[in-house]
Design a protein around this ligand. Structure first.
Ligand code: NDP
Length: 263
């Protein structure tokens, strides 16, 4: 029987996930179909899951915390960060995972000799990725526009634009904000970027599919850069593994899923 998968979020119209997963289902000859569902009220997620008889789902903005609450079982990392972006139904129970952070970790593997990382931004994505980086042995500093969100980062060195003192050299600078997504803004004042980028080995943006002002700026300094496409791809590959009970290897899934980025 064909299994139905979906992405829940609001908005979801521009999500690449249906294409990514459907290409993999087709390529790997798996009887699945992946659609999209715009969900306004996140508290209805669990009911919708059962009502639509879905086998698995991804969850995007703004429902990752609601998705966390909707699950019967959580994997250790999802439990730790309080956000779920992948749910699988097994025997009528919902199992929750966070594959965003693992996807990010995999995406930065290619940059060697990275120890100190500076995050620009302190939202939901920064929270899970900073935790996985810390667990993997990186030293992560968080710089955010406003102080409020920094309260959740008790175990990290944190700064606002006003309090930031560039006393360290950072190997990797990551734009974790939505600055540049739908506007032309930089994630922090240009003076801060000037002072941190010159010593960095590489700069990454989690925004994908466009060259953001942040990445343009980094290129002026001749730094290696990368957008968020690999993070998106790898979180999808890992989610697909959960959806299909790890029937296929990472490489097999990646092979088909990455075609979504050339279409
Ligand atoms: P949140 O809404 O949780 O957090 C947004 C963050 O961006 C906050 O720290 C906010 O600061 C900051 N911010 C927003 N606008 C500006 C601005 N103009 N200047 C400076 N700071 C700003 O967002 P998420 O963490 O969910 O998402 C962040 C980004 O990650 C998005 O661009 C999203 O598209 C991307 N993403 C990419 C993925 C991928 O697979 N590649 C996966 C998931 C997300 P403040 O606290 O001051 O408001």
């Amino acid at each position: 029987m064909k299994q139905l998968f979906t992405i829940f979020g609001n908005p979801v119209s521009h999500s690449k996930s249906p294409l990514m997963h459907n290409l993999s289902f087709k390529g790997l000859n798996y009887n699945g179909c992946y659609t999209r569902y715009r969900l306004e009220d996140g508290s209805k997620l669990r009911d919708k899951f059962f009502e639509l008889n879905i086998a698995g789902a991804n969850i995007t903005v703004p429902h990752k915390e609601e998705a966390f609450r909707a699950c019967d079982y959580l994997d250790e990392f999802a439990k730790k960060v309080g956000a779920v972006n992948t749910i699988v139904k097994r025997d009528g129970k919902l199992y929750g995972y966070n594959t965003d952070a693992l996807g990010f970790l995999k995406a930065i593997e290619e940059f060697k000799d990275i120890k100190r990382v500076l995050f620009l931004g302190a939202g939901g994505t920064a929270q899970s990725t900073s935790t996985i980086l810390k667990d993997a042995g990186y030293s992560v500093t968080i710089l955010n526009r406003s102080a409020k969100r920094l309260e959740q980062y008790k175990e990290f060195e944190t700064y606002t634009f006003q309090s930031f003192k560039n006393i360290k050299k950072y190997d990797l600078i990551v734009n974790m904000t939505s600055a540049g997504l739908e506007d032309n803004s930089l994630p922090c004042p240009i003076e801060i970027l000037d002072s941190v980028i010159k010593d960095a080995k590489a700069c990454i943006d989690v925004i994908y599919g466009k060259e953001t002002p942040f990445l343009k700026f980094a290129k002026k300094y001749n730094k290696s850069t990368k957008d968020g496409s690999d993070m998106l791809l790898y979180q999808g590959v890992i989610a697909f593994g959960h959806f299909t009970n790890n029937k296929f290897s990472f490489k097999e899934i990646e092979n088909y899923m990455k075609k979504a980025f050339y279409i």
